[in-house]
Design a protein around this ligand. Structure first.
Ligand code: UDX
Length: 440
């Protein structure tokens, strides 16, 4: 099939490359010529395991190319994917400016029947909006259909997730269009759900909001664990054995960041409100999440008797492991709070340091965890990169001014850390001496 993909962010580029790998002819389109150049040279503008190899192979075999010309790509394609960004506006509602612009360009370029597939995360009703914009812009009454095909890929495993999705959701009001997209995905042999446009659009937001809800839920319970002498890790483990609950996304810690959850929950709350329904539940998910870094920094402050003049070392800066993405990363809020109170901040992240450096040029950036530990009054794990799992903790302890370990992701075994001579704090894990326990 001949496919055009508008937008070469995480979703667009990975989708384009994977469809090319399945034997389709794919043209990736971006308004940014530097991204287009990089792609045509076989260099992915984003860091994603496995993407470079796949990109290079499909470029070499002539199934993939990139351009800035959406009109030309549309004219050549049977199916046009819209994978542009929908960044939040000041109100928290997603901006549809890029979706509108892509729809207008596609409309003007229509030269025969096309299927326009929206993969960008958009509020319910956007499919209809795209249809109207295309109708208003087409130069002759060429036929077309709009399909919603939300993406559930995670950063860091985007290629894997696109090749092995849990489900493929195809929302279309015309079965002919739906069947064409089914054909496109058939080689993946994964469960497909064919539904109408509005349902597909809501599935995306409902799924992400529910995952964010699980995280905020477990974090709210973690706070109760700290006050009562309970251990959130064991609570979550026991809950997870119930298949109705499931063990995924019950890891307490610093909360969620990234380009999806914070903005999707906020957007969903707006949509709910727009239809005159009560958004309290969704607002609460965000409020609990926002409080996580504040509470974490409080624990460090309490232990050190103040933060002014103290040196705090941070392990990990990316919003999660295996990505250089720092959008809504918890590290940024932790850094802001620490600096505000006069602490000196040292940090190390395997790939995300340059991005944080652009925002906070004055931190002490280190080459590894050991350098971060040197003369630190506290070491705080922010992102659970694999390389932090098996550190030489005797070396870390000896390098520190005071051996205080704050585990923002509950990565370490509290008993082991205490045996090694650390003061250890894990989120929702009461201190051995019952320090966080409140006696009523
Ligand atoms: C998410 C969804 O998983 C994906 O399906 C959707 O398409 C886009 O949004 P992503 O943002 O890449 O993907 O990251 P994810 O792995 O889901 O993690 C999101 C955030 O939640 C991270 O900051 C992570 O640290 C945090 N998290 C995750 C927790 O705090 N606890 C958990 O149990 C799980």
């Amino acid at each position: 099939m001949k496919i055009a993909v508008a937008g070469t962010g995480y979703v667009g580029l990975v989708t384009g490359v994977v469809f090319a790998d399945l034997g389709n002819e794919v043209i990736c389109v971006d308004i940014d010529p530097s991204k287009v150049d990089a792609i045509n040279k076989g260099q992915s503008p984003i860091y994603e395991p496995g993407l470079d190899e796949l990109l290079q192979r499909n470029l070499e075999e002539g199934r993939l190319s990139a351009t800035t010309d959406l009109a030309q790509a549309t004219r050549e394609a049977e199916v046009v994917f819209i994978c542009v960004g929908t960044p939040p506006t000041e109100t928290g509602e997603p901006s549809l400016a890029q979706v509108d612009a892509a729809a207008a360009a596609i409309g003007q370029a229509l030269n025969g029947y096309k299927i326009v597939v929206n993969k960008s995360t958009v509020p319910v009703g956007t499919g209809d909006r795209v249809r109207r914009i295309i109708e208003q812009n087409r130069t002759a009454p060429y036929d077309f259909d709009v399909v919603s095909n939300p993406e559930f890929l995670r950063e860091g495993s985007a290629v894997h997730d696109t090749l092995n999705p849990d489900r493929i959701v195809i929302g279309a009001d015309n079965p002919r269009a739906a069947m064409k997209i089914v054909e496109l995905y058939a080689p993946l042999e994964r469960p497909m759900l064919i539904t109408n446009l509005a349902t597909a659009e809501i599935i995306k937001y409902a799924s992400n909001t529910f995952l964010a809800l699980k995280i905020s839920f477990i974090n709210a319970v973690a706070d109760l664990c700290e006050r009562t002498g309970a251990d959130i890790v064991q609570v979550a483990k026991a809950m997870g054995y119930d298949p109705r609950i499931g063990s995924a996304f019950l890891q307490a810690g610093l909360g969620f960041g990234g380009s999806c959850f914070p903005k999707d929950v906020q957007a969903f709350a707006h949509t709910v409100q727009r239809y005159e329904l009560d958004p309290t539940l969704f607002h609460q998910i965000l409020a609990i999440n926002d409080a996580r870094p504040v509470q974490f920094v409080s624990r460090i402050r309490e232990r050190l008797g103040g933060l002014s003049g103290r040196t705090i070392g941070l392990l990990g800066l990316a919003f999660k492991p295996n990505t250089d993405d720092i959008r809504e990363a918890r590290s940024l809020e932790v850094i802001r709070l620490l600096l505000h109170e006069g602490a000196t901040v040292k940090a190390y992240d395997p790939v995300a340091m340059p991005r944080v450096q652009a925002i906070y040029p004055d931190l002490i950036y280190c080459r590894n965890a050991y350098e971060v530990a040197e003369n630190a009054d506290a070491l705080a794990l922010i992102t659970e990169w694999n390389e932090f799992r098996q550190l030489n903790f005797e070396r870390i302890r000896n390098a520190m001014r005071q051996p205080n370990l704050f585990d923002g992701r509950n990565l370490y075994d509290p008993q082991r850390m205490r045996k090694l001579g650390f003061y250890y704090y894990g989120v929702g894990r009461t201190a051995e001496n019952g320090e966080f326990k409140t006696v009523l």
